[in-house]
Design a protein. Structure first.
Length: 84
């Protein structure tokens, strides 16, 4: 499974409270729609740091980096590229 798919699967299984919202597009706003809140972002960061072995710094904790599956995936790819 690719990174984007793994992120989407985690959000759907662990962070979506209303399973009726189980259809999320890659560009859908996770924050504005209420799918991800501040606690959800912290859980997501823990998941990313554990599963992908990246470290997300305090200055990267901005809504733009966690607003959609695409933006989260872009952040992960940037962190992986910097590590390589």
């Amino acid at each position: 499974m690719d990174t984007k798919g793994m992120i989407k699967e985690y959000i759907l299984s662990e962070l979506v409270k209303d399973k009726a919202q189980a259809k999320i597009g890659d560009t859908d706003s996770l924050i504005e729609s209420g799918i991800v809140d501040s606690l959800g972002i912290m859980k997501l960061i823990g998941f990313l740091e554990d599963k992908i072995s990246i470290q997300i710094s305090d200055d990267e904790l901005i809504p733009e980096n966690f607003s959609s599956i695409d933006s989260i995936s872009a952040l992960v790819q940037k962190k992986q590229s910097a590590r390589a």
